[in-house]
Design a protein around this ligand. Sequence first.
Ligand code: C5P
Length: 237
Amino acid sequence: MNRLIVALDVDTGTRALALAESLRGIAGGLKVGSRLFTLEGPSLVRQLADDGHKVFLDLKFHDIPNTVAQAVASAVRTGAWMINVHASGGSAMMQAAAEAGRRAALDTGVPAPLLIAVTVLTSMDEDALRSVGVGRALPDQVVTLARMAQAAGLDGVVASPLETSILRSACGPAFGIVTPGIRGASAGTTMDDQARTLGPADAVRAGASYIVVGRPIIGAPDPRAAAEAIARELGTP
Ligand code: C5P
């Protein structure tokens, strides 16, 4: 399994497609976030998928169950391989999302997408959690939401490097854990705005199913060489 997902954090479809092409065979997935999606729309996702890339459509849906279900079904029709929602939308919302993803995949004759949940945004600390009415300790809230996602039939969660190992223990070996915040070792020492980081192999040892790497690859003079170094560290070709 190729665990490397590269964040295509660029601002034009042309750059995204060129990067995708240069990473062909090295990246296990390509992440399209809300900035690129808002600029370029679903046609870019479709084009990447048609070109044979696995697209993680990182739009973090959070709305009433019916709306999220429809958004997930629409995302499946773009050919996305991985889709995410906010676990704090609740069990009914996540169940509706999972069901809609499976149904849309059946209707369109594609494999069901991986549906994962964001637990607590890593930009939030315990004070920020308290300010929105959550009194639990942050790790407890992360584990509670991850278990809720698992019970709702989701395939995994996004987790910071700091949360990866507790989530692996809490949710078992088969649950997906997608870990951004990768720095150090083959991902280089430039921290950018990441603070709590792990290197690629350390993140996998902590329990990550996939790691998400952006700037250490897309900002490198030779993105393919940078991705190859990370793939080597992970033991994938
Ligand atoms: O460039 P860098 O490797 O920091 O990119 C990491 C990617 O993962 C970015 O797209 C960022 O938005 C995303 N991400 C993150 N931390 C989270 C969730 C997502 O860095 N907690």
